[in-house]
Design a protein around this ligand. Structure first.
Ligand SMILES: Cc1cc2nc3c(=O)[nH]c(=O)nc-3n(C[C@H](O)[C@H](O)[C@H](O)COP(=O)(O)OP(=O)(O)OC[C@H]3O[C@@H](n4cnc5c(N)ncnc54)[C@H](O)[C@@H]3O)c2cc1C
Length: 510
């Protein structure tokens, strides 16, 4: 290599390294110090915010089963969104009812493979969570300052925003991170160059590098308990690296130290059950010694979503979700456009809540394999009614003046009506609703917003400590009994920061 080549190689290596200025360690050659105040399982959306915060004052070990998303264009570039599902950073699975879904398996978790849309939770939901609204606002802002911005809309997303307002999803809220009924342009994890800013960027922005050890390819297989005490007490974890070697990490001998599970609404109940905390009958069937009988994995929920592909007559810009129509009856309408050479858009509606719930059960005894997941989509008729309402709005939207350049005139609509022949208004409403209900069920999909598998009052207390145990807490989407905002990541990440601040201030003042 000539001098010039060497210069460029060094330059490129420095530029790449500068992308994530925080040391990441590999599980197979990690050196553990065994004096951790906190061991966090899962470096996902919530876990990274929590780790960055706790490291300001305490020794923290963050164990993530996946690798790094940095320097991986499949995960980091907006135009590659769909290709990201083919990367090792996504663990695909199919629910027992046959709906395709995916989990993040990479530093940043879901925030490294998701569509990036950022919407805070409304005040009513902050109250339902029992959080202080002022502290919640501060925690949202902490994350937003590092990883979120408002996008400049291209022609399609702009028409989509205007069209929603035209068909009555009002008021026009302009561009905001806040959540109100109406149509808004929301925040995005993607910057103006289409580069993703996963929640792991919060570590680079805020963590204390001398206190935080981030270990990749570390799949935690078990929480270790001391069950000789009055309550099962978490003392550490066991994890396996990508070479199959087993490691153990232990908390400092201090009753304030904790193992904190942030492995997602699927990963956290899965790990708890594999560790002996879960429904006793199910654990016995699987031959797992029962440490504690708790309804872990019960009541997991995923918000059903119905999509409609809309070919466009005009060029559309590549954009993931940037706009949301927030109806007063609980349907959220969003669209992505032009990604992966899509000559049009995918418009979808998501059902709030939902009311229908399911369960997570162990399938394989290898924790690296997916558990069995059931969501019982649309089991509750109220969920189906909301979908019907949302599709009615989408059909009106397709007939709106604003959207005319972006719909193919002869496309069939979910009700069976044909675009270009706007005869929808002559059909009896009951007939349209019946057809839309059938369409919702036949085309049920996910927006990947699963939550609620370890709910407050059932598995954890109001501080998210696992009931009947000591030194074990859950901070992730598992503890939510509804999906916050139109899309949850803003509130999950906010909760990571919020709980980090709470744990710190309680400990420093105790
Ligand atoms: C394709 C897709 C698109 C989405 N789009 C949006 C969107 O636009 N806006 C939005 O708000 N939300 C979106 N979401 C949802 C959002 O990303 C998730 O709700 C959020 O990431 C969940 O946060 P979490 O911290 O609970 O879990 P995750 O972010 O999933 O983090 C869990 C982490 O734990 C790790 N882990 C699991 N088990 C173990 C183990 N045993 N040992 C070690 N590590 C483990 C995982 O690898 C992962 O990194 C989307 C999700 C997906 C998958």
């Amino acid at each position: 290599m000539g001098i010039l080549g060497l210069f460029f190689a060094v330059f490129i290596a420095c530029a790449a390294a500068a992308e994530f200025p925080f040391p990441l360690q590999e599980a197979h050659n990690v050196e553990l110090t065994q004096d951790y105040d906190y061991i966090i399982v899962g470096g996902g959306a919530t876990g990274c915010a929590l780790a960055a915060t706790l490291s300001e004052n305490f020794r923290v070990l963050l164990l993530e089963r996946g690798g790094s998303p940095y320097n991986n264009p499949l995960l980091m570039r907006v135009e590659n969104f769909f290709l990201g599902f083919l990367d090792d950073g996504a663990q695909n699975f199919v629910t027992t009812e046959g709906v395709a879904n995916a989990r993040g398996r990479v530093l940043g978790g879901g925030s490294s493979i998701n569509a990036g849309f950022w919407d805070r939770a409304p005040a009513s939901e902050i109250a339902q969570l029992g959080l202080d609204p002022v502290k919640a606002n501060t925690s949202y802002t902490w994350a937003e300052n590092a990883i979120v911005s408002l996008p400049v809309l291209g022609p399609f997303q702009s028409a989509f925003h205007k069209g929603l307002v035209e068909v009555g999803v009002t008021p026009d809220l302009g561009a905001t991170y806040e959540h109100f009924v109406g149509t808004k342009t929301g925040g995005s994890l993607y910057d103006s160059n289409g580069q993703r800013r996963p929640s792991s960027n919060l570590i680079a922005a805020y963590a204390n590098a001398t206190n935080l050890q981030v270990v990749l390819h570390a799949t935690v297989t078990k929480v270790q308990f001391d069950d000789g005490l009055s309550k099962p007490t978490a003392i550490g974890v066991e994890f396996v690296d990508e070479l199959g070697q087993i490691h153990a990490a232990f908390l400092k001998a201090d009753e304030r130290s904790e193992v904190i599970l942030s492995a997602s609404a699927i990963g956290t109940p899965h790990l708890l059950m594999m560790s002996g905390v879960g429904p006793a009958e199910h654990l016995k069937q699987k031959g797992i010694p029962v440490i504690l009988d708790l309804p872990v994995g019960k009541n997991i929920a995923d918000n059903p979503a119905t999509r409609l592909y809309v070919p466009s007559m005009s060029p559309v810009e590549p954009a993931l979700v940037q706009v949301a129509g927030i109806t007063p009856f609980g349907s959220y309408i969003e669209a992505l456009s032009g990604v992966q050479n899509l000559q049009g858009s995918v418009i979808f509606q998501k059902v709030v809540g939902p009311k229908s719930t399911g369960e997570v059960l162990i399938d394989s005894m290898d924790i690296r394999q997916n558990p069995s997941v059931t969501f019982n989509y649309y089991k509750d008729p109220e969920d189906l009614q909301i979908c019907v309402g949302g599709l009615n709005v989408i059909e009106e939207l397709l007939l709106s003046k604003s959207m005319t350049p972006f719909v193919n005139g002869m496309q069939a609509m979910p009700s069976g009506n044909i675009l270009g022949l706007p005869i929808r208004k002559f059909y009896p409403k009951e007939m349209i609703d019946m057809a839309l209900g059938a369409y919702c069920k036949a085309n049920v999909g996910t927006m990947w917003h699963y939550h609620g598998s370890c709910r407050v009052g059932q598995v954890v207390d109001a501080q998210f400590k696992v009931l009947g145990t000591e030194q074990l807490r859950i901070v992730d989407g598992s503890v939510f009994d509804f999906c916050p905002g139109t899309n949850p990541q803003a509130t999950f990440i906010m909760t990571g920061r919020y709980m980090g601040v709470e744990i710190t201030s309680r400990r420093l003042t105790s």
